[in-house]
Ligand binder design. Structure first.
Ligand SMILES: Nc1nc2c(c(=O)[nH]1)N[C@H]1C(S)=C(S)[C@@H](COP(=O)(O)OP(=O)(O)OC[C@H]3O[C@@H](n4cnc5c(N)ncnc54)[C@H](O)[C@@H]3O)O[C@H]1N2
Ligand code: MOO
Length: 405
């Protein structure tokens, strides 16, 4: 039969093939301003340029003094000077207390800070003393380097940067970051039903879905639409896509129907199949072609199958070539339903996740199958059930989270 699935791989073997190809590729890096670094992936580890705090600083608005001096002066210490945040500390003469503000450097000679509301100044007195107990030596002083020291690792190589890392780098006055250049994906949708002129026209929802998914993993996507079943038009577009991008991802036209032209188009361009079909459900038609070191992932047209194959085959590739661990986030929890896989098929079952005090509970979502779009927005994860595996009701499992990390 045309384009038949006579030599399908297991999902595990297909993933292994993808990871082997990912390891052959490495991404160049570029430097971006910190303000544009959110969502980018670090190409180097980043180390602290200075201690944090840089010096011993006060944690309170109050008074700084030498602990022994205050302990031996029941009537309190006279006040001399004020140190504010951003200023050089004012010298503290022996036997005096100094006004100090939160974040200000502690003057030499002071080894204790007390909050102003815990101290009292007798009327008509220059002296300040604790209202009740004297704080311990060292109290309310943030010591230089207590949070981290110069040279400590701040951000690992391969880290997706978010607001937390931005704060950390900004506090070190780091204004630019070396990040991995995005993988450029040419995304090609095809099919006569996607033409607005078609008598029975269907929306191309896979393109915006896959653009959003791949961009959320830091890729750059250029999309192409071949809104026909014309193999020559498809071949010309695939040739352009292979030429312009680092990898190609197609959606639709990869099964065995008379208008499923993607495989023949790639073969006519001199590409060869690394795998043709995978024993997985949904997503069986998913195929991988290679031409002169460039990969083309061919996803099925059914939206649910397209999304799942993108998640479990393209995303691991994307993460790996962009310097991240290929694995996606696994959530542990209790599966509320029983499921037995076919002897030779890996199943991916969409599940909802409920957080409980005992951990997550995963429930099976009703789905009409691989064409289902709404189930994707209801699902938190996919339960992967390996060939011939039985998941018992209430079994503890790890599910593949749809969350981006
Ligand atoms: N005789 C057989 N028929 C089919 C088999 C098979 O093994 N033998 N496999 C089935 C499976 S499984 C799937 S999945 C589909 C995949 O087919 P294609 O990848 O060739 O996809 P199309 O036929 O082009 O489209 C299928 C379905 O998806 C819709 N579609 C396509 N592109 C988009 C898009 N960009 N956005 C939204 N929806 C899209 C299309 O309109 C169809 O409804 O094949 C089975 N058949
Ligand atoms: O696997 Mo298809 O992807 O079932 O509809």
């Amino acid at each position: 039969m045309r384009n038949s699935f006579s030599n399908m791989l297991s999902y595990a073997a297909a993933l292994q093939c993808v990871e082997t190809w990912a390891k052959k590729s490495s991404r160049p890096s570029c430097v971006v301003p910190l303000t544009q670094a959110v969502g980018r992936i670090t190409a180097t580890a980043i180390f602290a340029c200075s201690n944090r705090p840089e010096t011993d600083v006060s944690a309170m608005d109050g008074y700084a003094f030498a602990h022994t001096a205050m302990a031996s002066a029941p009537e309190g210490l006279s006040i001399q000077g004020l140190t504010v945040a951003g200023a050089q500390p004012v010298a503290l003469p022996d036997g005096y207390a100094q006004k100090i503000l939160t974040g200000a450097s502690v003057p030499q000679g002071a080894d204790c800070v007390m909050a102003m509301e815990r101290m009292v100044q007798a009327p008509n007195s220059e002296r300040i003393r604790p209202l009740q107990a004297l704080a311990e030596k060292g109290a309310n002083i943030r010591r230089a380097g207590e949070e981290f020291k110069q040279g400590d690792l701040l951000v690992s190589c391969g880290q997706r940067l978010d607001w937390r890392h931005i704060a950390l780098l900004a506090c070190q006055k780091i204004h630019a970051v070396t990040v991995v250049q995005p993988l450029h994906i040419a995304l090609v949708a095809n099919g006569a039903e996607l033409s607005s002129a078609a008598a029975d026209c269907r929306a191309d929802s896979n393109t915006p879905m896959l653009v959003a998914l791949f961009e959320s993993y830091g890729a750059k996507v250029t999309s192409f639409l071949v809104a026909s079943d014309d193999q020559n038009a498809l071949t010309a577009t695939l040739e352009e896509a292979l030429h312009k991008a680092d990898i190609v991802v197609t959606t639709g036209g990869i099964s065995v129907g008379m208008t499923d032209n993607v495989m023949d188009a790639f073969l006519s361009l001199g590409a060869h199949a690394l795998f043709r079909g995978v024993k997985m459900r949904p997503g069986k038609p998913v195929s991988l072609f290679e031409k002169e070191g460039k990969l083309a992932f061919c996803l099925p047209g059914n939206p649910g199958a397209s999304a799942l194959c993108a998640q479990v085959l393209v995303v691991p590739y994307l993460r790996s070539v962009m310097g991240q661990q290929p694995e996606v986030l696994l959530l542990p929890g209790r599966v509320e339903f029983a499921f037995t896989a076919l002897p030779d098929t890996t199943h991916f079952v969409p599940v909802a996740a409920t957080a409980t005090a005992q951990g997550y509970v995963f429930t099976q979502l009703p789905t009409v199958g691989a064409s289902d779009i709404i189930v994707l927005s209801r699902a938190a994860a996919f339960l992967q059930v390996n060939p011939a595996e039985t998941i018992a009701q209430n079994q503890m499992c790890q599910v593949v989270s749809l969350q981006v990390i």
